[in-house]
Design a protein around this ligand. Sequence first.
Ligand SMILES: Nc1ncnc2c1ncn2[C@@H]1O[C@H](COP(=O)(O)OP(=O)(O)OP(=O)(O)O)[C@@H](O)[C@H]1O
Ligand code: NI
Length: 296
Amino acid sequence: MKLRVDGLSVRFRLPGAVVQAVTDARFELREGRCLALVGESGCGKSVMAHALLGLLPANATVTGHAWLDSLDLITAGERTLAREVRGRRIGLVPQSPAAHLTPVRTARAQLAEALRELDRPETPDELARRAGLRPGDLDRYPHQLSGGMAQRVANALALAGDPPLILADEPTTGLDRPLVEATMAELRRLCDEGRAVLLITHDLRAAERVADDVAVMYASRVVEIAEARTFFTAPRHPYAAGLLDALPTRGFTPIPGRPPELTRLPAGCAFQPRCSRATALCDEQPVLNGVACHHA
Ligand SMILES: Nc1ncnc2c1ncn2[C@@H]1O[C@H](COP(=O)(O)OP(=O)(O)OP(=O)(O)O)[C@@H](O)[C@H]1O
Ligand code: NI
């Protein structure tokens, strides 16, 4: 299994404005690897994941390619995505699991339906056990599930079709530390079993624990891609360095300023107004060659 995202861009048309949510994204992800996609709220992480699955609303325009082996997810069409990709080749752990569960049906009924649709021989109880749920939890309705349990049900749903690629969108939001640890250990186990995981998170500590590689997004663009070990010891993009310096364990120094509006992105480096190293060079868009910065 290999995912190769190549020049992927997403635009949303709004009345009187265009949102550049993802711009010219390029990265690769192979089986057995976990790639953490990090960056501030609103930089385009979830939109990228939804683009891969054909789950964007009608006001979105997607260009570029995303090769899942020999299938281009961007041109594949709804029928192929629905029949062959979603749940079978790519599992999505959504950003707000509670919102993705059907309120009027028990967890067991929802797992059973997913397994039936995917023609899986497993029972809901077997699937639940793999996701760290007890069979008794399955008799609950979504509103009776704690945040952690809803997360596990969402994980179980994402794993129902045994997909080789998992997109996990903020899988630890709202969880307390022990559950964060458990979820991260689970994602790592999925990789070690040979799956590929795209972990979307703003929890850099979590990313450091499980990721093999890190991609940093800023204002719709990937601005740095590196092996996790290298990234966490020596980030190259000034924005990446700023993110790490903002961690409580590393000085708690926030990056000054705010990201730009995605409806009004500058022609050059979008981080320029917040960057202490900016020069006239930054008026030109830097190309991504591991890092997209004229000074790195
Ligand atoms: N349907 C839409 N129409 C217009 N703009 C949209 C739409 N969906 C998302 N956006 C915009 O696209 C941008 C990227 O959103 P996205 O959800 O990918 O951010 P994110 O990086 O996942 O942030 P977070 O960490 O908060 O989840 C945001 O500015 C958002 O407002
Ligand atoms: Ni998101």
